[in-house]
Design a protein around this ligand. Structure first.
Ligand SMILES: [Fe+2]
Length: 291
């Protein structure tokens, strides 16, 4: 589709969450957004960490073209749930081949099991149930900032091992009817090491990089201590003062900075309602998100 960039008005930015999150009403979502507008959007993302574009009403081609403006896109490891014409779009929900889960993947940043995890993700509500299926965001940056100094000292410098196999085992425990082969990609995605406290390459802000279903253990700690530390950090992160719950309306687009926030989902009544979400995932070290 052709777009006349000159017609793109400057969108209005309105903070929505307790410590983070902003609504960017009127942001055009397509591949021909002007560089000036894109710079404004990226700086809002760095500042607010989660951006909501209400009524973006975008198709897969424009979603992919817009997402590509930030950098190369990941192709999801669960390839069977990507769109045939747009393999950059990962489908989540209970329609067709979309990735469906009866369990919640707990707090996480996307694709942390990759050596260079995703910088940012975009999530679009194509078909939204009237209730349930919320997306919850936690401000991992503000949560780190509010830790006491003894805890900061204890965790700065610790390394966590993230593993797709750990996530697969977790998924099998929560979805007894899931086929064993789903996510059975340990050969392509061996365990990787990431700092438990990550530093944002643009803002310099530190944040908690804690993904309980994906982390097998924290290096150098007995497993009991490792699990207890992860649980304690998650309890700290998941407090209402650092959580924003997005209740979806059809046509909403949400983009978040995986380097600064964590997210998780809520279940919906899949026996009554239909849900279809499109996700694109900006690969790590994205040129459009690094300044
Ligand atoms: Fe996710």
């Amino acid at each position: 589709m052709n777009h006349i960039a000159a017609h793109d008005a400057t969108p209005a930015i309105r903070p929505i969450g307790p410590t983070f999150g902003a609504e960017v009403a009127g942001m055009p979502i397509h591949g021909d957004v002007t560089p000036e507008l894109l710079v404004q959007f990226v700086s809002a993302l760095h500042r607010y960490r989660v951006l909501v574009v209400p009524q973006a009403n975008v198709g897969p081609a424009d979603l992919v073209a817009f997402s590509r403006r930030f950098g190369p896109l990941e192709i999801h490891s669960r390839f069977e749930s990507t769109l045939p014409d747009h393999p950059e779009v990962f489908c989540v929900g209970n329609i067709g081949q979309a990735s469906f889960s009866r369990g919640i993947e707990q707090w996480h940043a996307d694709s942390s099991y990759r050596p260079v995890p995703s910088d940012a993700s975009l999530f679009y509500g194509e078909i939204v149930p009237p209730e349930g299926g919320d997306t919850l965001f936690a401000d991992a940056t503000a949560a780190y900032r509010s830790l006491d100094s003894a805890t900061k000292q204890r965790i700065d410098g610790l390394t966590a091992v993230h593993s797709l196999e750990s996530l697969r085992q977790w998924g099998l425990r929560h979805n007894p009817d899931r086929k064993q082969e789903v996510d059975n990609r340990a050969d392509s995605f061996p365990p990787v090491r990431h700092p438990l406290v990550r530093r944002h390459p643009v803002t310099g802000a530190r944040s908690l990089f804690v993904c309980p279903a994906v982390i097998s253990h924290i290096e150098g700690l007995p497993i009991g201590e490792s699990t207890a530390l992860i649980d304690a950090l998650i309890a700290h992160i998941a407090q209402p003062r650092t959580v924003y719950v997005h209740r979806w309306s059809q046509g909403d687009l949400v983009m978040w900075d995986n380097r600064a926030v964590l997210h998780t989902a809520s279940l919906f009544d899949h026996t009554r309602y239909r849900r279809l979400m499109y996700r694109t995932t900006i690969a790590g070290d994205a040129p459009g998100l690094s300044e």
